[in-house]
Design a protein around this ligand. Structure first.
Ligand SMILES: NC(=O)c1ccc[n+]([C@@H]2O[C@H](COP(=O)([O-])OP(=O)(O)OC[C@H]3O[C@@H](n4cnc5c(N)ncnc54)[C@H](OP(=O)(O)O)[C@@H]3O)[C@@H](O)[C@H]2O)c1
Length: 247
């Protein structure tokens, strides 16, 4: 049963969705290793929840693996992510392409590679990825972010093929708009609250934490492969068309 899970690792635990998942998994009785860069936030989280801080950049797989040496990781929540730039692809700073691919796609793949042999050997484990609706459908100004999340989504499907017979589960949670600090660098002048949240009814991080808890709680022979969750007031699609103006 999934209650055999004892240890969880959560990346991006210092803010938003990751921060909400920590107390939820602690309440399940799991030891939680909280991975983040902000030492003060990690200390506060440890104090409030009993989580074990791992101060590391998620791109530094070796450092995280060293901190987890000898730890039998049962649940890995790959949550850390950035939307560092929102710009038409012809205008995006090329460095931002690498930043988003490195944090949103390469880092979870490498961390998965680090913990997976133990999970497979024990035939016990649950890999959880926080994807994005931006990885399932096109959005303007999200070329690199969307590609990183779409890659993550296919990776989840590929993993399920490789892990057949191991009892290791793979779940991708795919949210629409959640009220967090994700847009802090990509919307100018701290306008994210006014542009994205004021007057809207966005998902709250605790709702995503509840979904993570629920997919873990199911019997181990049941794998919720993908959950798409939107605010009731948000939808994707619509055939955008513009009039051509000659140069
Ligand atoms: N908010 C939404 O509408 C939404 C929608 C769909 C999907 N998501 C996804 O949800 C996940 C969580 O984001 P959020 O909305 O909760 O945003 P958030 O409040 O900005 O939290 C992101 C977390 O990731 C951490 N992080 C970023 N880069 C890191 C790095 N290099 N090393 C270690 N930690 C790093 C941040 O830590 P620092 O404070 O140190 O930067 C922070 O703890 C992301 O994968 C995001 O793409 C969010």
């Amino acid at each position: 049963m999934s209650d055999a899970y004892r240890v969880a690792v959560i990346t991006g635990a210092t803010s938003g969705i990751g921060k909400a998942i920590v107390p939820t998994l602690r309440a399940r009785g799991l030891a939680v290793y909280a991975v983040g860069r902000n030492a003060a936030q990690l200390a506060a989280l440890a104090e409030a929840t009993g989580a074990i801080p791992v101060e590391a950049d998620v791109r530094d797989t070796a450092r995280i693996a060293e901190a987890l040496e000898g730890v039998e990781v049962d649940v890995l929540v790959n949550n850390a992510g950035i939307l560092s730039s929102r710009a038409a692809f012809q205008d995006i700073d090329p460095a931002e392409i690498d930043a988003m691919i490195d944090v949103n796609l390469k880092a979870p793949l490498h961390l998965t590679r680090a913990v997976l042999p133990g999970m497979v050997a024990r035939k016990r484990g649950h890999l959880i990825y926080i994807g994005s609706s931006g990885g399932q459908a096109p959005y303007p100004n999200m070329g690199a972010y969307g590609a990183s999340k779409a890659g993550l989504s296919l990776f989840c499907d590929n993993l399920r093929c490789d892990l057949l017979g191991t009892s290791v589960r793979v779940s991708e949670i795919v949210p629409g708009r959640v009220q967090t600090d994700l847009y802090r660098t990509s919307i100018a002048n701290d306008q994210a609250q006014a542009v994205l949240y004021d007057g809207y009814r966005p998902i709250q991080p605790e709702h995503i934490a509840r979904i993570v808890n629920d997919v873990i709680a199911l019997p181990v022979y049941v794998d919720v492969a993908r959950v798409e969750v939107f605010p009731t007031d948000q939808a994707t699609g619509g055939g955008t068309m513009v009039k051509f103006e000659a140069p």
